[in-house]
Design a protein around this ligand. Structure first.
Ligand code: LP5
Ligand code: MN
Length: 240
């Protein structure tokens, strides 16, 4: 049966060889049978700029995506909060297509809205403030003009700060805000929503006026790989 697959939050990096192996096996044995693979952000632990293309295991990941494309599977990549600097060089090298956040797709008779998910975490004011800063064109140009090694060192320090702050933020603050979800769904005429980022895989129901919408949250790949399969029968969560 025709189907497409959805993943996010793999956080691939050299120091997580088991996830890298799981990802390669997933591409070779599972994704190969799909029409398309949608990667909804945070494929990488972090992306310091496209000149990091040869760093660590990045080229291995890119080659694997390119090979999947050459076997007839369309690959779509959305920016996450950790790899929003993925740019033209990455896209050309991997043969993937970059998806805007959010993107509405129509698959096997279902309207599905795709997002990384961090935009919906509107109660996390410190994060949203940080995001506003680092997503500005001007800030990015200035950041990317620094040598790669300095950028990596800077990101490592932000990562530490982020982990420190996350340890004292409540789980509620770091989850999506219900009104933000309702607003997004109503703006797109009440589709099904698939997103990642919160690392809390689950199927949710949202009643918005007379409309009932499903929201599917993708899991991370820290302990076990997982994905959503979409076909004409619906949406199916799968563990590797
Ligand atoms: O990623 P995750 O899930 O662990 O945590 C996120 C939020 N944290 C982040 C930070 C990233 O993890 C690390 C940076 C990624 C690299 C990007 C590449 C290039 C940009 C370089 C950046 C300098 O996104 C976390 C959320 C959490 O999700 C749940 O939603 O809570 O947010 C934070 O922890 C952010 C802090 O609250 C505030 C930011 C601290 C840094 C302050 C330094 C100010 C420097 C300003 C730079 C312009
Ligand atoms: Mn994320």
């Amino acid at each position: 049966m025709q189907h497409s697959l959805f993943i996010s939050d793999l956080h691939l990096c050299e120091s997580r060889p088991t996830i890298m192996k799981a990802f390669n096996e997933f591409l070779a044995h599972t994704a190969i049978h799909a029409d398309a693979l949608y990667i909804l952000g945070d494929l990488f632990e972090y992306w310091a700029g496209d000149d990091a293309i040869d760093c660590g295991t990045h080229s291995e990941t890119i080659d694997a995506l390119r090979q999947l494309c050459s076997q007839g599977v369309s690959v779509f990549v959305m920016h996450g909060n950790r790899d929003f600097l993925l740019g033209d060089r990455f896209i050309k090298a991997s043969n993937a297509s970059l998806l805007a956040d959010p993107t509405l797709v129509s698959l096997y008779g279902q309207r599905i809205l795709l997002s990384h998910g961090d935009t919906l975490c509107t109660d996390d004011l410190a994060y949203q403030q940080f995001k506003l800063q680092v997503r500005s064109k001007q800030w990015q140009l200035q950041f990317l003009s620094q040598p790669l090694a300095s950028r990596i060192a800077y990101i490592e320090s932000i990562r530490q700060k982020s982990e420190q702050q996350k340890s004292v933020k409540s789980m509620l603050i770091m989850d999506v805000n219900n009104s933000a979800v309702s607003q997004l769904l109503s703006q797109h005429d009440y589709p099904t929503l698939i997103h990642g980022h919160t690392h809390r895989p689950m199927q949710h129901q949202h009643q918005i006026g007379n409309h009932r919408c499903e929201r599917w949250v993708l899991g991370d790949w820290y302990d076990q790989g997982s994905y959503l399969r979409v076909d004409k029968l619906g949406i199916h969560p799968r563990l590797l």
